[in-house]
Design a protein around this ligand. Structure first.
Ligand SMILES: C[S@@+](CC[C@H](N)C(=O)[O-])C[C@H]1O[C@@H](n2cnc3c(N)ncnc32)[C@H](O)[C@@H]1O
Length: 225
């Protein structure tokens, strides 16, 4: 996909709270992005908390992390790491608009990934159910757009929605999830507008990752109606 700029993030060891390799953010990347796109005191929303990197680094930088995670064990794990455990919500991000979350100033997350083909499991159901029919990838993109549009409606007007997503190569097949998600978001005229794509360099990527890209989107002024 076309990128607008590249940022260098120094390689760092996996943090003690991280899950299996390749799932969690590098804390250095989160730090870099929160420094650029948020201010001390800001509320930072992560709709896909995982092992909690956004929320832990937000605490360290004097922001308030608020997050949503589907899996009970990850919710409990992250509640044990952060300053405000009640800000870790055990919920489905597809229901974000109904959760009564506080208004946020920025959002930073990495969604669950899937390949274009050979992937019947639904990532947004914790890979526990299968897509009906053969259109899982397009369905996943549509579900992600809906989640991120709901995120935009939680944000102050103009607030940044940062989505860390990759181009994947699995069994020789390339899935440009970053580019496909960018195209699915771009030009819809909804509450979310794509501003730029930043390539992340400097880290040793997992073998299945061709490129690591942060999509920078903005909540439109009318997002909250
Ligand atoms: C790529 S991981 C995020 C990793 C995180 N950035 C970190 O540093 O640990 C995506 C997370 O989204 C969660 N997830 C998947 N579907 C979800 C849903 N529908 N609602 C909320 N969380 C979901 C997964 O359980 C997983 O923990």
């Amino acid at each position: 996909m076309r990128v607008d700029r590249t940022i260098e993030v120094a390689p760092s060891p996996s943090p003690p709270w991280a899950g299996p390799p390749g799932i969690s953010f590098s804390p250095a990347l989160v730090e870099r992005l929160l420094e650029e796109f948020s201010e001390p005191g800001d509320v930072v929303l992560d709709p896909f908390v995982g092992f909690g990197t956004t929320m832990v680094v937000a605490d360290r930088l004097g922001r308030r992390g608020v997050g949503v995670e589907l899996l009970d064990e990850r919710v409990e794990h992250v509640r044990g790491l952060v300053a405000r455990p009640a800000d870790v919500h055990r919920a489905d991000a597809r229901d974000l608009a109904t959760l009564g979350l506080p208004r946020a100033d920025a959002s930073l997350s990495s969604p669950p990934y899937m390949t274009r083909t050979g992937h019947p499991e639904d990532p947004l159901d914790g890979y526990r159910s299968h897509f009906a029919g053969g259109d899982g990838y397009e369905r996943h993109l549509a579900d992600l757009v809906a989640v991120y549009e709901a995120v935009a409606t939680q944000l102050v007007p103009g607030g940044p929605v940062l989505i860390d997503v990759a181009t994947l190569r699995v069994d020789g097949e390339v899935t440009d999830l970053a580019g496909d998600l960018a195209r699915a978001i771009d030009g819809r005229g909804g509450p979310l507008a794509l501003e730029e794509a930043i390539e992340v360099a400097g880290e040793e990527p997992p073998s299945w990752m061709v490129a690591d890209v942060v999509l920078v989107c903005r909540a439109s002024a009318s997002a909250r109606g």
